[in-house]
Ligand binder design. Structure first.
Ligand code: PMP
Length: 406
């Protein structure tokens, strides 16, 4: 059903040589590669249609406007949102969360209110809430996780009181790979009257998402982690909620009428889209989602899971290997340490073998503190990775381990 060799042909970069060695790209959690249909679509728009959206009366502007709005409908379909008004384009997950923290915070958060996040969040789902808490005198509370990398459900139940106004949680941890039980979290939070934001940055490319079935209030992700371009993100919010939130940035497109006495604002989704959007990037995102639909997540999700299990099994045979995060439900992220070897040394030596991994704090310092480490090495998989690449990767780590043992 799923032919990885066929898929790899869509990603020419995978044929590149690094220091004369075949590229083994295992940094997909940071950013994925883009397939030819995305690159070609964006090139076509730059070559033939480039013109600013929403403002023009002329042909090219209308072509770009239509394609921009078509991309919105593709996103709506992809995450099963009820209306295209609920799809707001941003610059990425980070901007989506900041937008919510600012505007939802402005409308609904008061002194003494609580925001609940988890210990395994990316900094993008921590810092905007801290900034909001500072502005409003609200309090940030944190749900801890166990050493296995699973959220402490009992602690979550205890921390979830009627003072909590919003729960922010990653669907998939970018360090531990843990797939959090977001359905349960959302239901539980709603019973307490709290809204829920799901950070889908590491989930959207691996797990089918139905925002209506999940019943989340907000869902955010970045295009560049799901085979689309950088510079584009999505903020999904329930229409009723978005309507109650004030705009964020002011400028063109987000207004209805501008008078020096009083300005009125545009309707959704434009109310939150001030200025010229990255419309060719947005068109690229639409194409990326169409690409994922054409391959079929139902086909490649099983393959990715198999690859993850294979990688875990192979890695565990390496002397000194310590894998961080072994949740019962885990996605394609493998963070690890090898003996006492510094994470940068592992990363630099793997790089010399053509293997791209990420090292350091992975934008999740609290996770590093949990395990008492200064950093980790992270391999993150995509649908185009192969068992052969996992073998090269594991042989590479073995080599590094031996070098440091001598
Ligand atoms: N949340 C998670 C879980 C992530 O993995 C990332 C990207 N590493 C982000 C948020 C931030 O995404 P971006 O940098 O595209 O805004």
């Amino acid at each position: 059903m799923f032919d990885v060799n066929r898929i790899r042909q869509d990603f020419p970069i995978l044929e590149e040589k690094i220091y004369g060695k075949p590229l083994v790209y295992l940094d997909n959690g940071a950013t994925s590669q883009r397939p030819l249909p995305v690159i070609e679509k964006m090139t076509e728009y730059y070559l033939k249609y480039n013109s600013n959206v929403h403002r023009g009366v002329h042909y090219l502007s209308n072509v770009c406007t239509d394609a921009n709005e078509e991309a919105r409908r593709i996103v709506q379909r992809f995450i099963r949102a009820a209306s295209e008004k609920e799809i707001i384009f941003t610059r990425g997950t980070t901007e989506s969360i900041n937008l919510i923290a600012y505007t939802y915070g402005e409308a609904f958060i008061e002194e003494g209110d609580e925001i609940l996040v988890t210990e395994m969040e990316h900094h993008a789902n921590i810092v905007p809430w801290q900034m909001l808490c500072e502005r409003k005198g609200a309090i940030l509370k944190v749900v801890p996780f166990t050493d296995k990398g699973e959220l402490d459900k009992e602690a979550f139940g205890r921390l979830l009181t009627d003072r909590v106004k919003l729960v922010g949680v990653a669907y998939v941890s970018n360090v531990l790979g843990t797939v959090n039980p977001v359905r349960e979290i959302i239901a539980q939070a709603h019973r307490c009257g709290a809204k829920v934001l799901i950070d889908g940055a590491q989930a959207i490319q691996h797990i089918p998402v139905d925002v209506q079935e999940l019943d989340c209030d907000f869902f955010v992700f970045s295009a560049h982690k799901i085979y689309g371009p950088t510079g584009v993100g999505v903020l999904y919010g329930k229409e009723e909620l978005l309507n109650q939130m004030p705009p964020w940035q002011g400028g063109g497109e987000m207004i209805r009428e501008v008078r020096f006495e009083k300005t009125t604002y545009n309707e959704l989704p434009f109310k939150f889209e001030a200025g010229t959007p990255d419309f060719i990037g947005i068109i690229g995102l639409g194409e990326a989602l169409k690409y994922v639909e054409s391959v079929g997540m139902e086909h490649f999700a099983g393959y990715e899971h198999q690859l993850l299990e294979y990688a875990m099994e192979q890695m565990k045979r390496i002397p000194g290997m310590r894998i961080f995060g072994e949740a019962a439900c885990k996605s394609s992220v493998l963070s690890f340490a090898v003996g006492n070897i510094h994470h940068s040394d592992v990363g630099l030596l793997l790089d010399k073998m053509g293997i791209a991994v990420r090292t350091g704090q992975l934008c999740a310092e609290p996770v590093m503190q949990h395990y008492g480490v200064t950093g980790m090495v992270r391999a993150s998989l995509a649908m185009y990775n192969t068992e052969q690449e996992i073998d090269i990767f594991c042989r590479g780590i073995e080599k590094v381990e031996k070098m440091f043992r001598l």
